[in-house]
Design a protein around this ligand. Structure first.
Ligand code: IMP
Length: 518
């Protein structure tokens, strides 16, 4: 199966389906050079011959220029691209670090397309910690323009605070932050209602971030919401009328809700000029940038398993944090999409309630304790301890199917260091039968029996490794097994908490860089 799926992508294709130091389904993996040796028993097939030709071509490319055709293509400055970094699990996979790394390497525009200040990531640059909730972390790249797309819901006080903290930290963002006039506003009343609704659910609570995300999207869908573009002087009467109606409708549903309407209106009138300076038609802007050959990076927020349509509903967020939101939250055509980079932790975490098939108990000295403790698993937005578990392969396959990842960013592999053995959840069984898809019914998902594969752990510190070959053999085996099971090449490997602690295996490990994709 891998051979068919990946025969297009030389380099990446070779290693998929292979295990370190062993031959699997006709391929021999030589971990020394990441170059496959082709097994003779496949030479007789047409596919086998094609693969040999492809391998020879790659060898020739290597001899002629040292650089592959794919890497030359990717360095062409004036070919436009929209690349996307997405969370592949339940969030907090470490997307921010990849975005930061990529954006310092030549993206002209960094964008957020969905969610709001429920998202959170921390970036450490030269010892300084930056926390982001609404802004794309690409704002740290002085050459990038940051776009908050129409699909995002914006709590203006939090947004302005985030900008003020950047100013205080010496980051010059003026003129580089653009806010869609179509983005919906999150009001304080949405945040209060968020808390009230969740508390009202008692022991069935969702455990939301209380940032008003669900209620703000509900107002959008109800068509009672207000948008950034309503904060204009000549439509102030309209803003005021609609805001009063919004308060009224929420008070009917939540009689204990208290809103000082005059104080709120005065606040929005006062900050409107600041907002207007950043307000643009981001659909037009983004598409014009693309047409001019610019490179655009979309910074996904939240994650696929929290998607309102595809996640573990109702224990989800209220937007679509999977690939679809790039189209609806930025206003670009699917034909413009390039790399779709799925970020996946080498294990699994989840904040808040909801099913978590590979979840581990966290008693002292258990693997669960190790993951939570060594991985410092506490929410950036809420500070809550995250639930932890082994990597869930059926969940990752589902995520890869939905998003069409062109490569994976496997983060926090160093957190596994020191464990005697590491496990992978490889299949779900329900009532004795294997499941071949992600069950929609939460009761089924809660009751699935997970089959695990156990691999030997490693003790060596991997934080200074900068090539795949430098990793301990057991660590290589783990990564290759994950790659084989998910069926998507792993390009980036996180080996430590610092900005530089990443192995980049290069564009040969990204299917969007494959010659057949261009
Ligand atoms: P909401 O997005 O605040 O409505 O929260 C809904 C669910 O999504 C809760 O379980 C949150 O903990 C979870 N959630 C929302 N955003 C994130 C995130 O960025 N990382 C992890 N969990 C999140």
């Amino acid at each position: 199966m891998f051979r068919t799926a990946f025969s297009k992508s030389r380099g990446a294709a070779w290693a998929l389906g292979a295990t370190a130091g062993s031959a699997v389904t006709g391929w021999i993996w030589t971990s020394q050079q990441e170059t496959p040796a082709f097994c003779s028993n496949d030479n007789s097939s047409v596919l086998g011959m094609l693969q040999q030709v492809s391998q020879r071509l790659e060898h020739l490319e290597h001899l002629v220029g040292g650089k592959s055709i794919a890497s030359q293509r990717s360095s062409t400055k004036d070919s436009p691209r929209i690349d996307i970094v997405l969370g592949a699990q339940w969030g907090d996979e470490g997307k921010g670090k990849l975005v930061d790394m990529l954006s310092s390497g030549g993206y002209d525009v960094c964008a957020r397309v969905a969610g709001g200040s429920n998202a959170g990531h921390t970036i450490v640059v030269e010892g300084k910690k930056y926390k982001f909730h609404l802004l794309p972390s690409g704002v740290l790249n002085p050459n990038a323009v940051c776009v908050i797309g129409n699909g995002v819901v914006v709590h203006i006080p939090s947004f302005l605070n985030e900008l003020d903290s950047l100013t205080a930290a010496g980051v010059d963002w003026k003129g580089r932050v653009l806010l869609s006039d179509r983005a919906h506003l999150v009001f304080d009343l949405h945040q209060e209602v968020d808390g009230m609704s969740d508390a009202g659910l008692g022991r069935h609570k969702l455990g939301t971030t209380k940032k008003g995300i669900g209620p703000a999207y509900a107002s959008k869908i109800n068509r009672t919401g207000l948008r950034v573009g309503d904060l204009q002087d000549d439509s102030w009467d309209n803003f005021e009328r609609r805001f009063r109606n919004l308060v009224e409708s929420h008070k009917q549903a939540f009689p204990s809700l208290e809103v000082d309407i005059d104080e709120q209106l005065a606040y929005y009138k006062a900050v409107a000029p600041r907002v207007q300076e950043m307000m643009v038609d981001t659909i037009q802007y983004t598409n014009q940038q693309y047409d001019q050959g610019k490179r655009i990076l979309v910074e996904g927020a939240n994650a696929t398993m929290l998607d309102i349509d595809f996640g573990t509903y109702p224990f989800v967020t209220s937007s679509n944090p999977s690939v679809g939101s790039v189209l609806t939250g930025l206003g670009v055509s699917p034909r413009k999409l390039g790399g779709i980079y799925g970020t996946v932790k080498a294990y699994c975490t989840r904040v808040g309630e909801g099913p978590f098939p590979t979840e581990l108990p966290v008693e002292k000295n258990s693997p669960g304790f190790h993951l939570g403790h060594v991985g410092a698993e506490y929410g950036t937005t809420t500070g809550r301890p995250r639930r932890v578990g082994w990597l869930d392969i059926p969940q990752m396959k589902y995520s890869a199917t939905l998003n069409g990842f062109t490569s994976l960013n496997l983060t926090k592999v160093d957190v596994l260091t020191g464990l005697e053995t590491v496990k992978l959840g490889v299949s779900y069984k329900y009532k004795g039968k294997y499941l071949d898809s992600m069950p929609a019914n939460l009761k089924v998902l809660e009751d699935v029996e997970v089959e695990f594969e156990e691999l030997p752990g490693w003790k060596e510190d991997i934080s200074s490794c900068r090539t795949f070959e430098e990793l301990p053999m057991n660590c290589q085996t783990y990564i290759l097994r994950v790659q084989e099971l998910i069926g998507v090449p792993i390009r980036w490997i996180g080996v430590g908490p610092n900005r530089a602690d990443v192995i980049d295996r290069g564009v040969g490990w990204d299917l969007s860089e494959s010659p057949s994709q261009s």
